[in-house]
Design a protein around this ligand. Sequence first.
Ligand SMILES: CC(=O)SCCNC(=O)CCNC(=O)[C@H](O)C(C)(C)COP(=O)(O)OP(=O)(O)OC[C@H]1O[C@@H](n2cnc3c(N)ncnc32)[C@H](O)[C@@H]1OP(=O)(O)O
Ligand SMILES: CC(C)C(=O)C(=O)O
Length: 529
Amino acid sequence: MNRQQPSPMPSHRYRDVFARVDVPLVDRIWPSNRITEAPLWVPVDLRDGNQALPEPMDPARKREFFELMVSIGYKEIEVGYPSASATDFDFVRLLADRRLIPDDVTIVVFTPARRDLIERTMQSVAGITTDVVIHMYTATAPVWRDVVLQRDVDDLKRLITSGGEDVLEFAGDADNVRFEFSPEVFNVTEPDVVLDICDTMTTLWDASPDRPVILNLPATVEIATPNVYADQIEYMHHNLGRRESVILSVHPHNDRGTGVACAELAVLAGAQRVEGCIFGNGERTGNVDIATLALNLHAQGVDPMIDFSDIDRIRRVVERANGIEIHPRHPYVGDLVHTAFSGTHQDAIRKGFVAHSRDAARRGVAESDAPWAVPYLPIDPADIGRSYDAVIRVNSQSGKGGIGYLIESAAGLTLPRRLEIDFAAAVQRHTDGSGAEVTASELWTLFLATYARATDADGRSVSVVERHIRTATVDGQTLNVVLVEWTAGAGARWAMGVGDTVESAATSATAAAEVMAREHQPSDASLRS
Ligand SMILES: CC(=O)SCCNC(=O)CCNC(=O)[C@H](O)C(C)(C)COP(=O)(O)OP(=O)(O)OC[C@H]1O[C@@H](n2cnc3c(N)ncnc32)[C@H](O)[C@@H]1OP(=O)(O)O
Ligand SMILES: CC(C)C(=O)C(=O)O
């Protein structure tokens, strides 16, 4: 039975999306579609991301960021809002004057529909011979029309077409220039109004298959579940004029935390181009996160067409440029996203790694090429340049599987199952006491302290139940290890000996067992096991 009580919050003040905008699509096909190739990604970090920063980027940070984006494969990059500030303008000039734009990269410059600002925007790209997109925007949604621009629909159309004409006047005959229009807050604009404005722009700018116009349909502020945005995009996809001469683009934000879902569903619904920021920086909760979108494709077997194989390098540049740290739980790139602390997850991952190695060997391929099916790890961390060091970390939530894995990775020592069980109890006592995580090297120290006791002369005799001969590699030196399970009456427990030879290791293991027997503290776990 649901015992929840009404909350005291004034939810009645808000209306759902259907009360705010007509969503006319009824015969939707997007739910049956599949994403089989990457859309064109267009990072807007240097514009939408930058305008949301407490401290906008200086030219050096912008340049490092731009060069990073080029190096990982972006082919269309929004580089700024040149009329916003001298810094933005100068950065575009820097790209132009130093010829920093590769031939196969298109830059996008952003402008409102204001003649003086359009003119300034054009000045910023003067002399650039590579492809340039002039991106003009105007808000079209009712609240923005009424409150911000104070224009009715006809008046708004005049503002937009006049801006479009200015763009043509300043740039129309340049072969390397194309045009983009964004009806800001598309997602709450009446469909007939936005369709008419978009068609007006593609007619005005004479969109053709050779010189397509980008129509970018932003969810400037997210207000609905992602299926609604997908319906809105599919409606435009089916009803836009000159469709074959239009590149249908989306620009989701993340106010409801569903920017990624909106973009993915929009691509199912016909979007060919996605604007976003690499790790989701941007106004308020951010622009849609392109790294997550791209790596979601990778995890589905689709080439994302952007190289995230060294994600930590990308992260360092992005963090430096934005002055904002990435959250440890951020999809794919966060510090903790490939890490398991909990015992059952660690156990499954460890078994998954063993099965993966076996499968790769059976197929005769490198582990990095073998199909991936390790539980709890949606992708192989190595694909994005992460090592396996952080995959299993130990605290009081961990179990023997994870502990055994760490001892194995710290010292190359594979523990017998019953010793793992015994040691897990010692680790549990330790982590319950400290409340903290224990690193691989601390674990190894604890292992030595627990099982490799210093020996003395007056030990008492013990009987060895089980003996395992192993090696361990510590500080690059490989040693013989003998693990013995011993008993001296009540209970049994383990001891370890290390030596240059198996014999000396065995002697020291027995001696360690004798010291323990004298102390006589058989662990509960070893009695249980
Ligand atoms: C959804 C988005 O991300 S839109 C991009 C937002 N980014 C930015 O605003 C960052 C850069 N902006 C700026 O540097 C400044 O706002 C400038 C240079 C563009 C304009 O500065 P100002 O001239 O001082 O205008 P201000 O910012 O106060 O106000 C905006 C004015 O532009 C009008 N306006 C807003 N959007 C548009 C548009 N797309 N096209 C034409 N006019 C517009 C507003 O109605 C307002 O006009 P008003 O003063 O007659 O009421
Ligand atoms: C105008 C566009 C592209 C935008 O930045 C937005 O709507 O968020």
